[in-house]
Design a protein around this ligand. Structure first.
Ligand code: GLA
Length: 390
């Protein structure tokens, strides 16, 4: 069988649910952590990364479940005469191994970034042709997570390119979460589960509610609209990734950031904070550490939420099955005015006359037993997020 045919059959089998997912035992719930890119771009250094790790512990984010500290693009400058990747000797003067040791000493895990092409999006050396050498190097440094980007890949085929690094990571002997960052063009939800632990489904997020970024990128509502209908491809060990969080970066209101965070939890999305952890307002801290909302994201069933209502009324309703016969329900008001919103039990697959207990995850309050439906005022660009239990 030629390799194209084998690949086509494998993709078909996977989308029909017949092929096992990548079996590295990692990311059984969506990964949680912090990544340098959204706030700091190329301005990374060991000092920045150490301080982010310390802040993750000090602020209680670690206790809330955040674990991975990921250095995104621009940590690397060249390759040496043997082809080994070289970290920026000025910005990372102690070396990546010492930094990873420090991050581990805080009880956290270390992540790094590379690219499947000849160069990263920031123009640094990519891993093409050096996959096994790089994977061995990461393992020697103590890396636990690799984000692998898709710039400068010319006519490379995506699933095969990513499979090379998957195999290289497996060969390295160290368990390393594999984060595919292909932006959704090659429909990675169809093949990602057998290649990586998570895959970006869209272009880059930008720190705004709706619309396009200045050069590229998409606002939170645009990204969310691209997630509806691909939820069946996610599950323990293999997640759709609608990109990292913008919560706390200044382009949206606290209300909008609360909605952004709630939506990511409903999507069983990786929760990678992308803000300056050292300088969070109390409101942003409370959003990022809301354990009841995080509990929805991290529910061990690992079922991604689905949109059950998307109306011209500006309402969206999302539903996510949870353990213990519970369901999380998110009422999202995309309109410009406060509205009273209603979810009917029949929209949750429950009998119309069923009595169901309702708990509000942002008010941290039991709202009692409701029959048939639940209604609440929802502010403009805000959410009401509840867990219901028959
Ligand atoms: C791409 C990725 C981003 C980020 C940058 C770094 O745009 O999608 O998440 O990693 O590259 O250059």
């Amino acid at each position: 069988m030629n390799s194209r045919l084998a690949f086509a059959l494998a993709s078909l089998a996977l989308s029909a649910g017949c092929v096992q997912a990548l079996d590295n035992g990692l990311a059984r719930t969506p990964p949680m952590g912090w990544n340098s890119w959204n706030k700091f771009g190329c301005n990374v250094s060991e000092d920045l990364v150490r301080k982010a790790a310390e802040a993750m512990v000090r602020t209680g984010m670690k206790d809330a479940g955040y674990e991975y500290i990921v250095i995104d693009d621009c940590w690397q400058v060249s390759r040496d005469g043997d082809g080994n990747i070289v970290a920026d000797p000025v910005r990372f003067h102690s070396g990546i191994k010492a930094l990873a040791d420090y991050v581990h000493s805080l009880g956290l895990k270390m992540g790094i970034y590379s690219d499947a092409g000849s160069a990263t999006c920031g123009g640094r050396p990519g891993s093409r042709g050096h996959e096994y050498q790089d994977a061995r190097q990461y393992a020697q440094w103590g890396i636990d997570y690799l984000k692998y980007d898709w710039c400068n890949t010319s006519n490379q085929e995506a699933s095969m390119s990513y499979a090379i690094m998957r195999d290289a990571l497996a060969d390295s002997g160290r368990p390393i979460v594999f984060s595919i960052c292909e932006w959704g063009n090659a429909r990675p939800w169809l093949w990602g589960a057998r290649v990586g632990n998570l895959w970006r489904t869209t272009t880059d997020i930008t720190d705004r509610w709706e619309g396009r970024g200045e050069q590229y990128g998409a606002g939170v509502m645009n990204i969310v609209d691209m997630q509806a209908g691909i939820e069946q491809y996610a599950g323990p060990g293999h997640w759709n990734d609608p990109d990292m969080l913008e919560v706390g970066n200044g382009g949206m209101s606290d209300m909008e950031y609360r909605s952004h965070f709630s939506l990511w939890a409903m999507l069983a999305a990786p929760l990678m904070a992308g803000n300056d952890l050292e300088r969070m307002t109390p409101a942003i801290h409370d959003i990022l550490t809301n354990r009841e909302v995080i509990g929805v994201d991290q529910d061990p069933l690992g079922i991604e939420g689905r949109r059950v209502h998307h109306g011209s009324d500006g309402w969206d309703i999302w539903v996510k099955p949870l353990t213990g016969n519970r369901q999380a329900v998110l009422l999202l008001n995309r309109g410009e005015r406060e509205q009273a919103m209603t979810v009917k039990w029949t929209e949750l697959g429950l009998d119309a006359d069923r009595s169901v207990t309702v708990r509000d995850l942002w008010e941290h309050k039991d709202l009692g037993t409701k029959k048939g439906s639940f209604s609440s005022p929802v502010p403009s660009h805000g959410v009401v997020m509840v867990v219901v239990q028959p």
